[in-house]
Design a protein around this ligand. Structure first.
Ligand code: PMP
Ligand code: GLN
Length: 384
């Protein structure tokens, strides 16, 4: 393994999912739903396969049907207008969109300011691109994690090339407010920064929170690469369909990198996701309502089991604090959890640069069936 990747071993998600399998535990670690997405979307994939649409290399930027549907979705939901021919790129999940964006846009030594705790692929992809990550840490404040805008401003230097934003935020569940996003946008414009914004949980916002794409703010469309995912939005994480929307210039750059990573993304699923993106608003509303209910189910169960819960306003994750159990190391806690009570979770400590940070934080996902969540929380009561 080369020096750039030396610090990155097996991802925590693979490690913890393997632990769930080998111990027969309930997996509330890795974020994947245990209920597949809509039947009609699965049928659309079968039809595409059977009719021979996409069984051979599809076009590099993605099939026109999907690019058109992505552009229509951005317009319908956010009033953002993108040309499907030049300003939309289909990727192998949001993961490839992140990798290709960073590989395409960074020069060696460029600094990337990113919100910490970070989704694990950010650090690895910044490293692969030869960049330097500069964390801005979201900190607990009144029961939720918040961004300190002064810290964000202070993190930007003359070497900063881009801001890597993620809202709704994995793992904390924080949804940046309109005012916070406006400040991020102002900073990007003032310091002439590019912005890569991972908005894969765009449809999973709860209560009075609202998802506002960064690209909608003044001066932002031309400097922002926005990333979405069918895995998250339609509960097909195994399909690995994601997308990027941006200007022609930035999309062309990202596409150049994508060409040499995967060349193209899997064909038949693209036709199915095109249909999914055209589902009526009721689909998105029901999806959100269902997950909000599950959030409360898991949140109540975790509180009853003795965890301190940071209330998430978005995503399908809950970050908890394990201090009440007297445990001081989230990683050790998560490794022991299957044996103690047959449940798997993710230690947030692995999402921080500082090895001593986040050591009391453990993340649970609630994208699981109600009875699975109920069984998991009843098992967690044994910890007390
Ligand atoms: N970004 C974030 C914040 C995520 O949580 C995930 C996990 N799925 C991804 C990107 C990757 O998405 P995909 O599965 O579409 O590659
Ligand atoms: N995004 C998912 C999570 O945060 C996992 C994706 C992965 O395994 N890379 O749990």
């Amino acid at each position: 393994l080369n020096r750039r990747l030396a610090e990155f071993g097996t991802t925590i998600f693979a490690e913890m999912s393997a632990l769930a399998l080998s111990t027969g535990s309930i997996n509330l670690g890795q974020g994947f739903p245990d209920t597949d997405g809509p039947e009609e979307v699965r049928e659309a994939a079968v039809r595409a396969l059977r009719d021979g649409r996409g069984n051979q290399y599809p076009p590099g930027p993605g099939v026109p049907e999907l690019r058109t549907a992505v552009a229509a979705h951005q317009l319908r939901r956010y009033g953002l207008s993108y040309d499907p021919d030049t300003e939309v790129l289909v990727t192998a999940g949001a993961t490839e969109a992140i990798a290709a964006s960073l590989l395409a846009l960074l020069e060696p030594g460029d600094e990337v300011v990113a919100l910490e705790p970070y989704y694990d692929s950010y650090a690895a992809c910044i490293a692969m691109a030869g960049g330097r990550r500069v964390p801005v840490t979201l900190r607990p404040h009144e029961g939720a994690f918040r961004l300190d805008l002064d810290e964000l401003r202070a993190a930007v230097t003359d070497r900063t090339r881009l801001l890597l934003i993620n809202t709704p935020h994995n793992p904390t569940g924080t949804v940046l407010t309109r005012a916070e996003l406006a400040a991020v946008a102002e900073l990007a414009v003032e310091r002439d920064l590019l912005v890569v914004t991972d908005e894969v949980y765009e449809h999973l916002v709860f209560d009075d929170a609202e998802h506002v794409p960064l690209a909608t703010f003044p001066g932002m469309r031309e400097r922002t690469v926005t990333i979405g995912s069918a895995g998250k939005t339609f509960s097909f994480t195994g399909w690995k369909v994601g997308w990027v929307t941006s200007t022609q210039e930035l999309v062309t750059a990202v596409r150049t990198a994508k060409q040499y990573l995967t060349y193209v993304s899997a064909g038949p699923f693209q036709y199915a996701v095109a249909e999914a993106l055209r589902l009526p608003d009721a689909y998105f509303d029901n999806f959100r309502a269902d997950l909000r209910r599950k959030r409360d189910l898991l949140g109540d169960g975790l509180r009853a089991a003795g965890f301190e819960v940071y209330q998430p306003q978005g995503t399908y994750f809950i970050t908890t604090d394990i201090t009440p159990f007297g445990d001081k190391d989230a990683y050790a806690f998560c490794r022991a959890l299957p044996e103690r009570c047959g449940v798997v979770a993710i230690p947030n400590s692995v999402f921080y640069d500082d090895p001593n940070a986040g050591r009391s934080q453990v993340r649970f996902t609630f994208c699981k069936k109600d009875d699975v969540l109920a069984e998991a929380t009843s098992r967690l009561q044994r910890l007390a």
